[in-house]
Design a protein around this ligand. Structure first.
Ligand SMILES: Nc1ncnc2c1ncn2[C@@H]1O[C@H](COP(=O)(O)OP(=O)(O)OP(=O)(O)O)[C@@H](O)[C@H]1O
Ligand SMILES: [Mg+2]
Length: 246
């Protein structure tokens, strides 16, 4: 498998708190990695560094063979790192369809959006993305009226429109009713397989991790305490005590 993302010696301190402690990490194309860890372990901080929202105190991040450590979030998106958020950032007064349109416009040059031919292609693409994430019937609903599960799906759909090679999802099932978590993840993972997108997702629900991850990395106090196949990591002594509370 091809190596897609690497970090070396990635370190970040917030005052006295070490949010990332010399993290060496590799992710290959095609993996589905679940990131687990207690509240405050440094999961979101790691994502913020990889996506350029926070700069590390030291260390290096490479994506697809290029050093992206110093790049801005937008430049990193253009290289192929997509992201969805713990709390989706949606415009509540916009419809679902308008939100996807905006993402398509952000990818294309603004001028091409005024070209009738392009508009037609965009319409087909938007229809396809909406049906892929199961939101076709909600296309004309306002984002502000969506239940949390649909907000999460829309956030993922907007990230997919930017054609990422890697999609990093921060807690895609948080705030979603227990019986909706599995269908939500099944929909997302099917869409990612269809688009051949590598996945990394933060998840607290052990059942979801076991069902959808091919690999698990456990964060404890700013470091990766265990990394490997789900069964191995979930049975690790430190992970069981500190992360799973067994
Ligand atoms: N901007 C910031 N300024 C100061 N401290 C911060 C900042 N962001 C995060 N931290 C601290 O860094 C540590 C890691 O936080 P982070 O948000 O990465 O944890 P997390 O693993 O994502 O937790 P959760 O499961 O609650 O989302 C915590 O101690 C947090 O308080
Ligand atoms: Mg977090």
């Amino acid at each position: 498998m091809n190596s897609l993302l690497q970090t070396r010696g990635l370190t970040l301190k917030f005052g006295g708190v070490v949010a990332a402690e010399s993290i060496d990490f590799d992710l290959s194309a095609g993996e589905r990695l679940a990131v687990i860890g207690a509240n405050g372990a440094g999961k979101t901080t790691f994502i913020n560094m990889v996506t350029g929202y926070i700069k590390p105190s030291s260390g290096q991040i490479c994506f697809d063979g290029e050093d992206i450590t110093a790049l801005h979030p937008r430049q990193i998106v253009l290289r192929g790192v997509g992201r969805s958020f713990q709390l989706p950032q949606l415009f509540t007064e916009q419809t679902v369809r308008e939100s996807i349109e905006l993402a398509v416009a952000a990818r294309r040059s603004r001028l091409s959006m005024f070209n009738p031919m392009s508009k037609c292609v965009a319409r087909e693409e938007i229809d396809h993305v909406l049906s892929m994430v199961g939101l076709a019937e909600r296309a004309h609903d306002l984002c502000g009226s969506l239940p949390e599960g649909h907000r999460k799906l829309l956030d993922v759909a907007m990230a997919l429109v930017l054609r990422p090679k890697l999609l990093i999802m921060d807690e895609p099932t948080s705030g979603v009713a227990a019986d909706e978590k599995h269908p939500l993840m099944a929909t997302i993972m099917k869409a990612l397989s269809e688009q051949k997108v590598t996945a990394m997702f933060v998840e607290h629900d052990v059942d979801i991790v076991n069902e959808y991850a091919t690999r698990v990395a456990a964060w404890i106090s700013g470091r990766i305490a265990a990394d490997g196949p789900p069964a191995t990591v979930m049975n690790d002594k430190e992970v069981r005590t500190v992360v799973l509370g067994h």
